[in-house]
Design a protein around this ligand. Structure first.
Ligand code: SF4
Length: 381
């Protein structure tokens, strides 16, 4: 029988529910966010995670590609440090050949997934992305492509004057396997109108994900925390994700995203430049996500954002996925992240092993590619 020691008596009723696999309420989630018993919270989340994933920790041998940072919402998303207007210093849009050349980095490593996101370019049409996905699959047979947030899908639908279902269908025909979970930010209208007014609304973000799931395109989901949102906003957001998953079942992983305040309007307005979210809050977001989203199989930390070191600790706070090798991370480094741009395959394995966990290389749908034991030898292929 599992024994979990709690120092906060308010968590006792939540613990009973967790141990008996009962669904948590919004108030339970608030109690979890409010507690200072971080070890008790972590123990509960670790229990919930091990019930689903055992001691397996997933990672992907992946490469991030960001074909353009030109974005029509450059002055809308106050938290974004990545986007540029077309003529602004630092603006770039890669040709197909340039993106493929960048992807060639994969030739010397066992890259099995390309993660592709970027700005909402005013002129790039759907064929730019279908050509890119088709070419990546031709050049790197067997690779998975995880590409384009719901916001980018809706933007392409507007450019093409068609439906988001049509865009998804054509991307899937080109080789799209899964979609990332970005663009969700915080669903509550108050927060959304403060940090990203005029961005795709929460109902539309959820609709696009449901459409993707209906087409057998699995997706991830996210929440951007650490700015103006309240704990109630966080719980409302998580509840909407849980309801989405109850209905369509296509979410693979939840990824809490820490706000980075450098080089963006929101960071300046809040006076947060040069700061980061606290490790305490980072761990709480991972743990509460694991406990509340009982229907989402995986919780991932994006290590370039919260540091590899905190990500390693998070493996005992409900996290079962360390993202991947990444190779070249742009989005959070533009916002002041001081972490490495990528991590080696062997480094990731050792990082997971050092936390006492079993490294499992996965594809973008969480099928096992390699499972490792303690001496870095593939145990299964
Ligand atoms: S968050 Fe995305 S949509 Fe918003 S400005 Fe940045 S790149 Fe554009």
């Amino acid at each position: 029988m599992e024994r979990i020691t709690l120092r906060d008596s308010k968590l006792e009723s939540v613990a009973e529910k967790v141990l008996s696999n009962e669904r948590l309420s919004l108030d339970d989630g608030l109690d979890l966010f409010k507690t200072n018993d971080i070890v008790g919270l972590g123990s509960l989340a670790d229990f919930a995670n091990r019930r689903i994933n055992g001691d397996r920790v997933y990672f992907s041998s992946n490469q991030h590609l960001n074909p353009t940072n030109v974005c029509i919402l450059r002055n809308v998303c106050a938290f974004c440090s990545f986007a540029r207007t077309p003529k602004e210093d630092g603006a770039y849009t890669q040709s197909l050949e340039e993106t493929l050349a960048e992807a060639e980095t994969a030739s010397g490593s066992p890259t099995r997934e390309f993660h592709i996101v970027g700005g909402l370019h005013p002129k790039l049409t759907l064929s730019y992305y279908t050509d890119l996905i088709t070419a990546l699959k031709e050049h790197h047979p067997g690779v998975h492509v995880k590409a384009l947030t719901a916001v980018e899908i809706a933007h392409l639908a507007r450019i093409e004057k068609t439906s988001t279902v049509d865009v998804l269908t054509r991307l899937k025909a080109a080789g799209l396997d899964t979609m990332p979970g970005g663009g969700a930010e915080v669903f509550g209208t108050g927060v959304r109108s403060t940090i990203a007014e005029r961005k795709l609304g929460s109902a539309e973000w959820i609709r696009v994900h449901k459409e993707a799931h209906a087409l057998d395109i699995n997706t991830n989901c996210t929440m951007l925390y650490g700015h103006v949102e309240t704990l109630e906003d966080r719980m409302e957001h998580l509840n909407m994700l849980r309801e989405l998953q109850d209905e369509s079942g296509g979410l693979l992983a939840y990824i809490p995203l820490a706000f980075h305040p450098d080089n963006n309007d929101l960071g300046r307005e809040l006076g947060l430049e040069g700061t980061t979210t606290s490790g305490f809050d980072d761990l709480k977001n991972i743990a509460v996500g694991r406990l509340f989203l009982d229907n989402v199989p995986h919780v991932k930390t994006h290590w370039p954002m919260v540091t590899p070191f905190l990500s390693q600790v998070a493996l005992h706070f409900g996290c079962d996925d360390l993202e991947g090798t990444v190779v070249y991370e742009r989005v959070y480094h533009d916002a002041g992240a001081h972490t490495p741009l990528g991590m080696s395959y062997e480094g990731l394995i050792e990082f997971i092993q050092a936390a006492g966990k079993t490294p499992v290389e996965r594809d973008s749908r969480y099928n096992t590619v390699n499972e490792f034991d303690s001496d870095l030898t593939p145990a299964t292929v």
